[in-house]
Design a binder for this molecule. Structure first.
Ligand SMILES: Cc1cc2nc3c(=O)[nH]c(=O)nc-3n(C[C@H](O)[C@H](O)[C@H](O)COP(=O)(O)OP(=O)(O)OC[C@H]3O[C@@H](n4cnc5c(N)ncnc54)[C@H](O)[C@@H]3O)c2cc1C
Length: 489
């Protein structure tokens, strides 16, 4: 009997999984109890600003988070109706990635009658504000509880009781009927229980980012809400992250050596950290200091800008996702180089799993996990590979001629990939068809691996142009931020 569900981690995946389970399972399991265990004592305030695509906003609305975000007023983030693309070299506009749709009101889902559909654009907001809105939504659900200060150390099966037992660092324990590992890229649920030995690896890329008050700039920002600025050594994301555009978030992706990154993370010596930060500032200045856009020039040459470094780790493809009573979701299962809709992939997991569990409530958990994996594995693998290709393509600094050609191609690429981008933004896990137990169990499907790229359950199209806004365009990362060349050589 599925009654006590334990979730490890209160990030985007853990919170959205709890909300979605409560939404989809409560009627089938009236005494459902969902407990989230989080290692931190308070919600984490780190991580800068997150960009949310129309898909992510649709999902957050489905989970009741948009109403809570609305209560945050200006803190709910900047509305983004498109990502404007510029040449940092010449200052010219190269086009835009549209979130407003044909009628300018946003993008609707591809499922259900059009007249019943809400439309969504995009948003950019501080991560902590999204977390707080999600926690408010959780607090409205009496069957969800968050317990802070509980770091999972290991897990064991209580076979005689058909339960899992969770052990925490402080010596305490909890038992449940189902364990959901939503504990991020370095997941202890994965490493210590579901797939021992499947470690995260450094991706080779590091995000360098900072937030500055807009009013402190002498020059005027050159964009409406969010801009991606091409230079000959990658691109820089500049975006507002609050309703009134008082704060500006700036980020650049750099390829960094692992030892340099490791140094920064483990070094406790403040002087050494200061030296690394200064070298980051120099690197960014070198790449963008000669931009034709005054706001970029001013930003990168500010002596007071405090660049923070986020080394990016990924979970290698092909790992195991589940055992008989536990499953990995979100970054714990498939952390990848960031895309403009990475959070949407994590929420896809949450919604699809909850709906599959509801449909397969009378069956063993492994049946539901198998169906879930058959619906998710190919799409996630495809997204992982596309993200990797995208950042690799942007690896090398371009010479003046190559950079000129690249910029000339951007408008064309934007046009060519528009249709697949729009299709990807219509993905809707809350309405995708779940294979019914009768049909599925009768067809002999169920190897745990899905049958291929034409899977009818795929959320996003697997076209050449890729499954997301950022994939497929040869030299066109329209996502979150960009990488430059070889930083910190
Ligand atoms: C640099 C960067 C920028 C990104 N930008 C964007 C963006 O702009 N838009 C977007 O859509 N996506 C973005 N992404 C991707 C997106 O942030 C992630 O996919 C998403 O946040 C994954 O959430 P998660 O809950 O799975 O993991 P996490 O956010 O890592 O949450 C895991 C939670 O588990 C807790 N935890 C860990 N270990 C334990 C333990 N042993 N016991 C108990 N609790 C534990 C952690 O404290 C944490 O609260 C970005 C990713 C990176 C790396």
């Amino acid at each position: 009997m599925l009654r006590d569900i334990i979730i490890i981690g209160s990030g985007i995946t853990g919170l959205s999984t709890a909300l979605s389970l409560s939404h989809h399972l409560s009627s089938a399991v009236p005494d459902l109890r969902i407990t989230i265990f989080e290692r931190h004592f308070i919600p984490s305030t780190s991580g800068g600003a997150i960009g949310l695509s129309p898909v992510a906003l649709r999902y957050l609305d489905h989970l009741g988070v948009m109403d809570e975000l609305a209560h945050l007023g200006p803190e709910a983030g900047a509305d983004v109706d498109g990502i404007e693309v510029f040449s940092a070299r010449t200052g010219k506009s190269l086009g835009q990635v549209d979130f407003a749709g044909k009628n300018g009101v946003g993008i609707h889902s591809d499922k259900g009658p059009l007249e019943c559909q809400k439309t969504y654009k995009g948003a950019r907001l501080p991560r902590i504000n999204l977390t707080l809105a999600m926690i408010s939504a959780v607090e409205k659900r009496p069957n969800i509880k968050i317990v802070y200060g509980k770091k999972l150390s290991h897990v064991s099966s209580l076979d005689d009781e058909d339960k899992v037992e969770i052990h925490f660092d402080d010596g305490s324990r909890a038992t449940g009927d189902l364990l959901l590992g939503c504990d991020g890229v370095h997941s202890a649920t994965r490493r210590n229980f579901i797939d021992p030995g499947h470690e995260a690896e450094y991706s080779g890329f590091t995000l360098v980012q900072s937030t500055i008050p807009t009013a402190s700039l002498q020059t005027s920002p050159h964009f409406r809400a969010t801009s991606l600025n091409f230079s000959k050594s990658g691109t820089m994301l500049m975006t507002f992250c609050d309703k009134f555009h008082q704060e500006m978030f700036v980020s650049v992706m750099l390829e960094c050596r692992e030892d340099a990154v490791g140094d920064y993370v483990v070094v406790s010596n403040e002087e050494r950290k200061r030296i690394i930060r200064e070298s980051l500032a120099r690197e960014v200045r070198m790449r963008y200091g000669d931009s034709a856009i005054p706001c970029i020039r001013e930003t990168v040459s500010r002596p007071d800008i405090d660049w923070m470094m986020y080394p990016i780790f990924q979970v290698p493809l092909g790992g195991r996702w589940y055992t008989d009573k536990a499953i990995l979701l979100g970054d714990a299962a498939h952390a990848m180089l960031p895309r403009d809709e990475s959070a949407a992939y994590a929420i896809d997991d949450a919604i699809v799993l909850s709906r599959v569990l509801a449909e397969y409530i009378a069956y063993p958990l492994t049946k539901a996990f198998e169906v879930y994996e058959s619906m998710r594995r190919d799409e996630v693998t495809h997204a992982f590979k596309e993200s990797r290709k995208l950042w690799k393509r942007r690896n090398k600094d371009a010479g003046a001629f190559e950079s000129w050609v690249r910029e000339r191609l951007v408008p064309l690429q934007l046009r060519q990939t528009e249709a697949s981008r729009q299709a990807a933004f219509k993905a809707d896990a809350s309405r995708i068809e779940i294979p019914s137990p009768i049909t599925r169990l009768g067809t002999g499907m169920g190897s745990g691996q899905s049958s291929g790229r034409s899977s009818p359950a795929s959320l996003r199209p697997f076209s050449k142009a890729g499954s997301s806004a950022s994939s497929g365009s040869e030299m066109m990362p329209i996502g979150l931020m960009d990488m430059s060349g070889l930083a910190m050589r």
